[in-house]
Design a protein around this ligand. Structure first.
Ligand code: BEZ
Ligand code: FE
Length: 290
């Protein structure tokens, strides 16, 4: 392996890993090397540009810690997260579609009964959410575990508002179970649109590309029940200004729903009144069609 040049380098790298004992790793790394090399050839990558790329990835690593995952954010804004979600969650028509998971899920959210107020002090206009979990055959799915999490009126998740000790109080997130009829309901607050974290390298990249960092208002749901494929999805708010320019490309028309506004009343005297959202989820049985 000497005198390797621009034309022979790709084959040399592929040859160097040909003895890899793991066929899937070989397939993935082989394809990655081919695409990376062809990318560098296609754009005639210069040395300063290669250095800028390395600096960008280094900065992305430096800002990543237990709380902040800038590499996932990078994957999100490049559409890779949604591509991987879409190609691994194809389901029959009629099933609720999946979308990106996002970085704000927290294990161990409070378990609450149906009807509970999950806001727990999060600020916003009251919002009552209800729905039913069904299988594709129309059967109610009783006892489904339903995780829900969302932003507040400032567009912030609880984990973005750490307390003095660096922890956070669970707000506007909870875990509940569907009842015998597959139904669930809870009180929360109206979710707002928000910018994804954009004070780091990914934010600088978006600005350089002339892109904004906003996501349309949504509720996150993760629904799991024995015998059914786990569903990770959002419900988006109809009318949001960012539905057609989501920074992470996660919007599916079937996931857009109307939040009904109601005038203030004795129980909801705030000038914003209150909102209701009704949305049903349809799960695919394990081993069902894709
Ligand atoms: C979210 O919806 O929580 C989210 C998704 C991708 C990047 C940032 C936030
Ligand atoms: Fe979100």
């Amino acid at each position: 392996m000497r005198n390797i040049d621009e034309k022979t380098i790709t084959q040399a790298v592929l040859g160097a890993m040909a003895q890899c004992p793991d066929p899937r790793l070989l397939e993935i790394m082989g394809s990655l090397v081919r695409h990376l090399h062809n990318f560098a050839r296609e754009v005639r990558l210069t040395e300063p540009e290669w250095e800028a790329g390395i600096r960008f990835l280094t900065d992305t690593g430096h800002i990543t810690d237990e709380r902040r995952q800038e590499f996932i954010l990078l994957s999100d804004v490049l559409g890779l997260s949604m591509l991987v979600t879409a190609q691994n969650n194809a389901r029959p028509a009629g099933c609720t579609e999946a979308t990106v998971f996002g970085p704000f899920f927290v294990e161990g959210a409070p378990r609450v009964e149906n009807g509970a107020d999950i806001a727990n002090g999060a600020k916003g206009t009251p919002c009552y959410v209800s729905g039913q979990v069904r299988g594709i055959g129309g059967e109610p799915v009783a006892g489904a575990s339903i995780d829900v999490w969302q932003s507040d009126e400032q567009g912030l998740y609880d984990v973005q508002q750490p307390d003095a000790a660096g922890g956070h109080t669970h707000r506007a997130r909870a875990q509940l179970r569907s009842d015998d009829q597959g139904r669930f309901h809870f009180r929360s607050i109206l979710a707002h649109c928000y910018p994804i974290p954009h004070d780091g390298p990914v934010g600088r990249l978006l600005a350089a590309l002339g892109r904004h960092p906003w996501r349309p208002a949504h509720l996150h749901f993760m629904i799991a029940a024995p015998g059914y494929e786990r569903l990770i999805t959002h419900v988006f708010r109809a009318g949001d200004a960012y539905l057609d320019s989501d920074a992470v490309f996660g919007v599916r028309q079937s996931l857009v729903a109307d939040w009904q506004r109601h005038e203030p009343d004795a129980q909801h005297p705030g000038e914003g009144g209150y909102y209701t959202l009704a949305y049903d989820f349809v799960l695919n049985p394990v081993g069902g069609a894709a």
